[in-house]
Design a protein around this ligand. Structure first.
Ligand SMILES: Nc1ncnc2c1ncn2[C@@H]1O[C@H](COP(=O)(O)OP(=O)(O)OP(=O)(O)O)[C@@H](O)[C@H]1O
Ligand SMILES: [Mg+2]
Length: 260
């Protein structure tokens, strides 16, 4: 496996100082997709190692852009983002893969390759890191077990149900044992019971030691689990743990006009 800079590796002994740092810090972050109106404005957020954080807010408020900045889909236009103490807004393009291999990302639309097998969809995360075939086999088997798909590796992914395909995507995201798992509306295409099942799976992954940031505007999920909650509203981020009920009422009101 190619070696990544020590500061990104989870278990390297030189990591000791960064292990004590928050896994993620956003400081006065701005993002402008249009010159006049910021999509994200003065966002401040600290996520400690081992946290589970819900990010919510109306459609169009900036949840996806926030996550996109963390995985460096786009650079910030103001402020900075520290991942394990390192400023990722200053990473060169060549260093972005080293960041990404320490992140797992799960999307609403699964983004699996339909005609590949379940195994191939998960193994690809390790193969691009140059992992040996033997290690790939054992790590993929472990990941399949963790997501409840043990023994299903040879099936073509398109023959699986939506909920199962999302489990494949989650296995692909965790098979590299990332320090931070980002999920952008991962239950948005699933019916309510499957949504709860997928949330439960993320909670199990969290309990096993992975930091999770989970963006959703599904109120039944937010209310089913007492995790830290931050709200993005018109590009501004607000800690809402203390005011979920007030936010819920407001969001339900907004939901009528922002349904998506
Ligand atoms: N790649 C982009 N290029 C240009 N504008 C963008 C881009 N990504 C996001 N935006 C702008 O940022 C706004 C907020 O993004 P987005 O709609 O993805 O937020 P969201 O909170 O994730 O919404 P949803 O709940 O619908 O997923 C968009 O309305 C759009 O104006
Ligand atoms: Mg979004």
């Amino acid at each position: 496996m190619r070696r990544s800079p020590s500061y990104f590796r989870a278990k390297h002994r030189e990591d000791a100082p960064s292990q004590s740092k928050p896994i993620l810090v956003l400081e006065e972050v701005y993002k402008y997709f249009r010159r006049d109106v910021p999509t994200l404005r003065n966002v401040n957020l600290t996520v400690e190692r081992g946290e589970f954080v819900f990010v919510t807010g109306p459609s169009g408020s900036g949840k996806s852009p926030l996550l996109q900045l963390v995985y460096r889909q786009h650079p910030v236009d103001g402020g900075r983002i520290l991942f394990s103490g390192r400023d990722i807004s200053r990473l060169t393009d060549a260093s972005i893969p080293f960041l990404r291999r320490n992140l797992g990302i799960v999307f609403q639309d699964f983004k699996v390759v339909p005609h590949w097998t379940v195994y191939e969809n998960i193994a690809v995360s390790l193969e691009i890191l140059g992992t040996t075939a033997k290690l790939v086999r054992s790590r993929v088997a472990d990941a399949l077990e963790r997501v409840g798909l043990a023994g299903r590796g040879n099936e073509r992914t398109e023959t699986l149900s939506g909920g199962e395909q999302q489990r494949v995507a989650i296995a692909r995201a965790i098979v590299t044992e990332p320090a931070l798992l980002l999920a952008d509306e991962p239950t948005g295409n699933l019916d309510p019971q499957l949504a709860i099942d997928i949330l439960t799976l993320f909670e199990e992954i969290h309990e096993a030691g992975t930091t999770v940031i989970f963006a959703t505007h599904d109120h039944s999920l937010l209310q089913s689990s007492p995790h830290r909650l931050v709200v993005i509203d018109d590009g501004r981020l607000i800690e809402a743990s203390q005011g979920l009920r007030a936010w819920s009422a407001r969001m339900q009101h907004l939901g009528a006009s922002h349904a998506s």
